[in-house]
Write a protein that binds this ligand. Sequence first.
Ligand SMILES: [Zn+2]
Ligand SMILES: [Zn+2]
Length: 318
Amino acid sequence: MVKSGFVYFVLMVTALGTLAAQDQPNPARNNQVVLKYLGAAGWEISDGTTAILIDPYLSRLNAPAPPGGHAIMGDNRRAYGWNDVASPDIAAIDSHIQRADFVLVTHTHYDHVLDVPHIALKTGAAVIGTESTENVMRAYGVPEDQLITVRGGEDYQFGSFSLKVIPSIHSALDHKRYFSSATAPAGMKAPLTFEQIHPEGGTLAYLIRFHGHQILAFGGMNYIEREIVGLEPDVALIGAGASRKEIYDYSGRLMRGLHYPALVLPTHWDNFLAPYSTSQQPAIEALQSFIQEIAAASPKTKVIVPRYFEAIPLEAAK
Ligand SMILES: [Zn+2]
Ligand SMILES: [Zn+2]
């Protein structure tokens, strides 16, 4: 009796175990959306099946500083000039990016686009960006069928997500003196110099609708208010670098226009001229005023300061 009872119990447990496994699908398939910060304006947004990258820049070269930027002290890596060939750090990219299905590029500056040709060629991902961005892809031989050229205003359905492309404007660098109408021309051939890989080509933002979430991603510290009013993202990746202070009521107009998103993740706030291993403490300290601005403009919004490559799982959409 005891023995058969034990067998019955084992069978029961096995059956329950099987049921439980069916009730709780593979975490990679339960529509859980997870974000990871890649540094600079770079993000990975994935549900375990579809991986979307935004402005992935893993190379973090000791490259020409943007206005207001500066190389770190004691950096003994090679220092690049504007006329040097812009070669991505393939090892850095490959150690962090295993797969991608879509790469969204906000504009054609090297800290947004330099790594994208290698990622596109390696993964076969579709690259969505301006004509300028796509011309950089063409220079590196990324096949035409991987290129989806947009200008802002498109609202496209892809398998498990949809993507609204939002016209935007570049950060007001150099105390509002930054302006560029430059765009990467057709017909360039790799390898390109930093100068060639750095024509803005216009700036876009993206709204990604994915498993009930709406994730709004900016690639810098500016926006066109009328283009964002009425969007209701639950997650907003908002440029938090110092140049946002050039903008009138930057965080207030954003929070009101977006109707107070539940979660704000600051982006493009770190010093991307430094390797991942370098302390970002000065940038994290500078970020505190951004966190205060968001708290003042939208007290119920949660702000998470992302750590590189740390998974940020979104709560299930309501
Ligand atoms: Zn830029
Ligand atoms: Zn940038």
